[in-house]
Design a protein around this ligand. Structure first.
Ligand SMILES: Cc1cc2nc3c(=O)[nH]c(=O)nc-3n(C[C@H](O)[C@H](O)[C@H](O)COP(=O)(O)OP(=O)(O)OC[C@H]3O[C@@H](n4cnc5c(N)ncnc54)[C@H](O)[C@@H]3O)c2cc1C
Length: 463
């Protein structure tokens, strides 16, 4: 290796020298597992190498060396993303955070947890649960996805209808910037309004503004066990009216999820739960108020569902059955994947417009003769239309792209968004300006330019 600035080809060796003991991989076979995420029909590049930092100091050294060598960086958690944020870029270094798994502290006196970014969402909740505490954001991928990925995507989940998204539970971050310096954006204080809110800037920035190396998160005392109800509807429109009715009645359930007939059948095939396969749609509603209050909540939900035309309403017989139902809902994407090549999408609308959004998805499916399974966090107005195509359909990707465009435009026309929780990444980039407007995108570019003038961090993603 020559003296002076690190050259591109020397980067892997230089990384090993700067961070002794850090795993660095370079062969195409080893790198293969770190090129893609869960976004179907994606086209990942060929990275130069991948490395697995263990400390903030490692990450700082990595960023500085990449800056010298002019090598772009793609941050990566578990690779469960659905908008292509962690897809490899040609010649990039993939910085995989899965070895930064320390739960630095759980602080019951302040109701906080401080963690490294590679901690798996479920592991944080196991640790918090030992103190009688809960970290509410729970993406359906919670058993595998990392807190770093959750922060970078501002992820949602099944509990968001009551507890909000990842952003609502972040008090402060440690972030390594593109020049290798590290900053802290907040700490354990609940109220803190000094200067611009940099925490909010980095949450949802998809690895394009800085690398998150630690996070201080809010926790909640564990709520009581949930009561669970399923309502089956004769039409998808009636289920949409059920969602609107529950919200309009001022009920705030802990979970309000929707599945259409196609998804019910796929899930029932996969999990054998005896769901009502004659129904056009199903709502799963949960209350975590506990005891009589939860009973009263679900009685009101039941009324709202009947008013909207529910054909039947059933309660989970016990906690185990409720667990199975929740697991089945979380497995909806996997169940649809068994039916063909499945691409899960993500749009959001104001909750009162859910029935219209469901109509639009049905219209697009019929117009393009596509199978689109619909499920999602209906209580948040957040739906996941999932296109399921024959695996050997050579036109699958382009057929999906035409439908996607129409569905995003329909969501925007209803006052909604092209992505409620999966992020922009590469998948939604072409529609960002349509939603936000040219001037807003210019502001985003100015922020990117200020924080990452060399375009080192996940270049080409989001913007
Ligand atoms: C079956 C299934 C169900 C899902 N359900 C949900 C759901 O209910 N709600 C939801 O919101 N999402 C859901 N997702 C999407 C996905 O799980 C989330 O986006 C998750 O937060 C990604 O975490 P990850 O660790 O896999 O991140 P990755 O996919 O590895 O990365 C995601 C993004 O974060 C960036 N990143 C990762 N770590 C860091 C870091 N330390 N610093 C800076 N940037 C970083 C990456 O560059 C990339 O842009 C689901 C996915 C699947 C496959």
């Amino acid at each position: 290796m020559t003296a002076g600035p690190t050259r591109r080809d020397d980067l892997p060796v230089a990384l090993g020298r700067a961070c002794p003991g850090m795993r660095v991989i370079v062969t195409p076979e080893d790198l293969d597992s770190y090129r893609s995420d869960e976004t179907a029909f994606s086209h990942p590049g060929r990275p130069l190498a991948a490395c697995f930092p263990r400390t903030t100091a490692d990450v700082q050294a990595i960023v500085r060396l990449c800056g010298e060598a002019g090598v772009p960086i793609v941050a990566r958690g578990a690779g469960t993303g659905l908008s292509g944020g962690a897809l490899a870029i040609d010649g990039a270094l993939i910085v995989v955070f899965t070895q930064m798994t320390a739960i630095v502290d759980i602080d019951p006196a302040n109701l906080t947890a401080t963690v490294q970014p590679g901690v798996v969402n479920a592991d944080l909740n196991t640790a918090a649960g030992e103190h009688g505490l809960l970290y509410p954001p729970d993406p359906a991928s919670f058993e595998t996805c990392t807190i770093g990925g959750n922060l970078a995507e501002n992820s949602g989940g099944l509990r968001c209808v009551k507890y909000g998204v990842t952003r609502d539970w972040v008090l402060g971050l440690e972030v390594v910037l593109a020049d290798g310096s590290a900053i802290r954006t907040g700490g354990k204080t609940i109220k803190d309004v000094a200067g611009y809110d940099l925490t909010d800037l980095f949450v949802g920035s998809e690895g394009t503004l800085g690398l998150i190396t630690e996070a201080t998160l809010r926790l909640l005392p564990l709520p009581p066990p949930k009561l669970t109800l399923l309502a089956f509807f004769p039409s998808i429109a009636a289920a949409g009216a059920g969602v609107a009715g529950i919200t309009a009645a001022g009920i705030v359930p802990a979970t309000l999820e929707l599945m259409d007939a196609f998804t019910i059948a796929a899930v029932d095939d996969a999990y054998r739960l005896g769901l009502d396969r004659a129904a056009a749609a199903m709502l799963m509603v949960e209350s975590d108020l506990g005891g009589a209050a939860a009973e009263r909540d679900l009685e009101r939900v039941e009324q709202a569902c009947h008013t909207a035309g529910a054909a039947s309403v059933v309660r989970a017989a016990n906690a185990q059955e409720a667990d199975w139902l929740r697991e089945a809902r979380r497995g909806a994407h996997g169940a649809l994947e068994k039916m063909g090549a499945a691409r899960m999408d993500d749009v959001g609308v104001p909750r009162s417009r859910i029935p219209e959004m469901l109509d639009e998805i049905t219209r697009v499916a019929q117009k393009h003769n596509l199978r689109i399974g619909v499920f999602g966090h209906a209580g948040d107005g957040n739906l996941h239309p999932t296109y399921v195509l024959d695996r050997d359909d050579p036109a699958a990707e382009s057929r999906v792209d035409v439908a996607r465009d129409e569905i995003y435009r329909a969501a925007l026309a209803l006052g909604g968004t092209i992505t409620g929780e999966h992020g922009t990444g590469l998948a939604k980039k072409p529609w960002l300006e349509l939603q936000r407007g040219a001037r807003s995108v210019e502001v985003m570019r100015a922020i990117k330019q200020a924080l990452d003038p060399m375009g080192l961090l996940n270049p080409g993603k989001v913007l």
